[in-house]
Design a protein around this ligand. Structure first.
Ligand SMILES: CC(C)(COP(=O)(O)OP(=O)(O)OC[C@H]1O[C@@H](n2cnc3c(N)ncnc32)[C@H](O)[C@@H]1OP(=O)(O)O)[C@@H](O)C(=O)NCCC(=O)NCCS
Length: 177
């Protein structure tokens, strides 16, 4: 079973190994902490991830962002970032949600399921009526995850599709949290 769990100190060993191994930039999914040390992760990075979700330790102009690790049973398989509301750069850029599945777990439908969980979570957080997403035109797997979740291409530029997904209504969350 797949679940999204906020970055937390209890799971630090598995979170560290996962974060260290995410590439610096894969299709626009960014990890400034690629190859970090455990000590940096413990003392600086994980506290920062947790602070960002309550609007603290953010660079100027950044909106609050929650980091989730995505678990399949007791293994971390992915990561989701949810930005709590839009600013101008997010409207025309990466939108509300960023997501990543580790290479060894791809091609099994987890990306699609993870985005479904992320849309459900974001529907409770963001004030806008639609979830905004951006995908590189040369990333068909990610575009497919979006389309599988009811996404539609709102517009495009030279290298991206700007996709939107209607937010779920309260009665459609399908869970208690
Ligand atoms: C994008 C990503 C999340 C997809 O994860 P995944 O677990 O492989 O996704 P799924 O297994 O749900 O596959 C999604 C669909 O893409 C399709 N797909 C995979 N590779 C494809 C390709 N090269 N061309 C076309 N379709 C492709 C799959 O067949 C599947 O289609 P289906 O639902 O019709 O069966 C993963 O590749 C990833 O994390 N990439 C790096 C980071 C990234 O790109 N993040 C998104 C930035 S917008």
């Amino acid at each position: 079973m797949l679940s999204m769990i906020k970055a937390n100190t209890q799971d630090i060993e598995k979170e560290y190994l996962f974060q260290r191994d995410i590439p610096e930039d894969e299709n626009g999914f960014l990890n400034e902490w690629h190859n970090c040390t455990f000590e940096d992760f413990r003392a600086v990075i994980l506290p920062k991830m947790m602070a960002n979700s309550i609007g603290e330790q953010l660079p100027d102009g950044y909106v609050p962002q929650t980091f989730y690790f995505v678990w399949e049973d007791d293994a971390i398989v992915g990561q989701v970032h949810i930005r709590h509301y839009l600013c101008e750069s997010l409207v025309n850029g990466s939108g509300h949600i960023g997501y990543y599945i580790a290479p060894g777990f791809r091609g099994r439908g987890l990306g699609t399921k993870m985005l479904a969980l992320a849309v459900r979570k974001a529907s409770k957080i963001v004030p806008e009526d639609e979830i905004y997403l951006q995908v590189n035109k040369d990333n068909p797997a990610s575009l497919k995850c979006m389309l599988n979740n009811g996404g539609y291409i709102h517009h495009e530029d030279g290298i991206h599709y700007l996709v939107r997904i209607k937010k779920l209504r309260e009665g459609d969350y399908g869970d208690k949290d």
